[in-house]
Ligand binder design. Structure first.
Ligand code: FES
Length: 175
C-alpha cells in the first residue's frame, strides 16, 4: 500500500500538447511581423537610397552684378549656393574659382603678393592650412592638394555678369 502511495506521488510529467496548427500559424505570423517585415522595410530603405542617387546636380546661372561693378584687377569673394568662389576681373575677361582646397577642405584665398617659384609676377591662391599655393589659373603650384581649384563658368551678357554654379538636390527630399 505504501508502494501504491509512493507510485502515485511520482507521476509522469504531462507533456504539453503541441500547438495546434492555428496557434502555430499565429505564432509564425507574429514572428514575421516582429522580425522579418521591419527588416525588409529597412532593407528596402537602404536599397532605395543605394539605387536612387543621393543628390542630383543641376547648374544654376547666378547674376552677380553688372560689368561696371568690377574694375579690371578686382577680386570679389562670393558665396553662391553655399560655395565660396573668387571672381576676378582680368584685362582679358572674368575668371572664377571655387576656393575649397582639395587637400582637407580648408578655404584658399587670393593673395596678390604671393611669390610663385618660376612665375614672373606675384599673385596666386594660398591655402593657409598646410601652405599650399595655386597658380592664378587654379592649378596646384606646391603643397599637398591633389587637385587644383575648380573653375566656374562666367558669362557676360548685355553688360551683366553671370556665374554658373552646380546645385545639388536630393530627389528623396532629404537634406
Ligand atoms: S587643406 Fe589646403 S593645403 Fe591642406
Amino acid at each position: 500500500m505504501a508502494d501504491d502511495q509512493a507510485g502515485s506521488a511520482e507521476r509522469e510529467p504531462v507533456a504539453e500538447a503541441p500547438p495546434s496548427p492555428g496557434r502555430r500559424e499565429a505564432l509564425l505570423n507574429s514572428l514575421v511581423a516582429v522580425g522579418v517585415l521591419p527588416g525588409a522595410a529597412l532593407f528596402a530603405g537602404y536599397a532605395a537610397r543605394y539605387l536612387v542617387p543621393r543628390s542630383h546636380r543641376r547648374d544654376a546661372e547666378v547674376l552677380v552684378g553688372s560689368v561696371d561693378d568690377f574694375s579690371v584687377g578686382s577680386i570679389r569673394n562670393l558665396e553662391l549656393f553655399g560655395q565660396r568662389i573668387v571672381l576676378i576681373r582680368r584685362a582679358e575677361g572674368f575668371v572664377a574659382f571655387g576656393t575649397r582646397c582639395s587637400h582637407l577642405g580648408c578655404f584658399a584665398h587670393w593673395d596678390g603678393q604671393l611669390e610663385l617659384e618660376g612665375e614672373p609676377q606675384p599673385g596666386g591662391f594660398y591655402c593657409p592650412c598646410h601652405g599650399a599655393k595655386f597658380y592664378p589659373d587654379g592649378r596646384v603650384h606646391s603643397g599637398p592638394p591633389p587637385e587644383g581649384l575648380p573653375p566656374f563658368t562666367v558669362a557676360v551678357r548685355e553688360d551683366l555678369v553671370f556665374v554658373t554654379v552646380p546645385v545639388y538636390e536630393d530627389p528623396l527630399g532629404e537634406a
